[in-house]
Ligand binder design. Sequence first.
Ligand SMILES: [Mn+2]
Length: 336
Amino acid sequence: MAEGEDVLQFLDLETRKGQTDIAVLQLPYELTTSYGSGTASGPKACVKASAQVELYDPLYGDDLPGDLILSTPLPWIGTAGTLRGQLDEMVDFAKQYTDGSLFPLFLGGEHGILPPILEALKSHPSLTGDLSKLTVVQIDAHADLRSELDGEIFSHACAASRSIDMGIGRLLQVGIRAFSKEEFECIETNEHITTFFARDTQHPCTGAQHWTAWIDMLRAIDGPVHLTIDIDGLDGSLVPSTGTPVPGGLQFWQAVETIEALFSNPHAEVISADVNEIVPQENTPLTEFTAAMLATKIIGGHCYSRKMGFWKTYPQNVNFDENATQSTFFSTWTEG
Ligand SMILES: [Mn+2]
C-alpha cells in the first residue's frame, strides 16, 4: 500500500508533498472513562465527519488550509499493557510533532491525553523544558482537578490537576459546571487557576459581563499557550454522545469566540491544541461533527495567526530519533 492510501485525511484534503505545517493527530486513548465509552473510536469519527465541514473560514478569509500543508498521519496506537506505559507511548508519539516546526492538533480520546501532550511539549523551543512558561486554556464541563478517581491519579477526571503538578504556569478554565468540593476548594485556593463557571457566563441576565471578562483575559495572555477543548464543555444538546454530556454548557459560538480570541491575540503563541472526549454518535453524526467544526476553527485560527505574522516557525529538529526517545516520565511518576 502506498503511503497515505486508504487513510482518512482531515477535511478530506488531497495529500500535498512537502513539509507539514499542520498535523492532525489522532489519539484513540481510552482507559479510565467513567460513564460513557467509545472515546477510542472518536478521533476517526471526527476525521470522517470533517469531510462535511466547509473549507471557507471567515476569520482567515480564504479556504483552509490556504497554501499550508495539512497532514493527517496514521493514528497513535497504544501497545503497552499498563496505563502509565501507554501515557509514555503517547509522549513518544506526540514528541515527533512538538519541535515547533509545525502546529499539532490532537484529537482524543479521553481527557487523560493532556498530561502526555504537555510532557511532549517540554521539548518545544518556546518552552525549553519549562512548563511554567505555558498557559493552558481549558474548555470543559468538569474542572478535572480531582487528586484521583477510583484510585487512579491519571484518570481523565484528574487531567488538570496533573497538569498543575507538572508545573504549568497558568490554567484558565471556562464552561465549568460539574465539580466536587475538593475541586472547588482547589479553584478557590490555587493561585495558578482561574475558573469561569458556566453558571455565571451562561446566566440569562448577567452572563454577558462574565463572558466579556473571559474574552478579555484571553486577549491579555502573553506567551505560549496550549488549548484543550473537552467537547463536554459545550452544552450537552450539541454533544449528546460524549462520555459525560452535561446540560447548561457553552453555546457553539462561545467556543468559536474563545478559539478566535486566542489566535487573534498577537502576544499569545498557541503552540498546540487538542479536542477530546469525542464519541461517535448513533443515528446522527452531531457529536463528531461538532468536534470536527471546532477542530476546523482551530486550524482556521492557526492559519490566521500565520497570515498575521503572529506565529514563529522553528526549524525542524533533524536530529530527532524516534527510537532514542523512550519516555519513562509517567512510568516513574512518584507523588508529592
Ligand atoms: Mn475534561
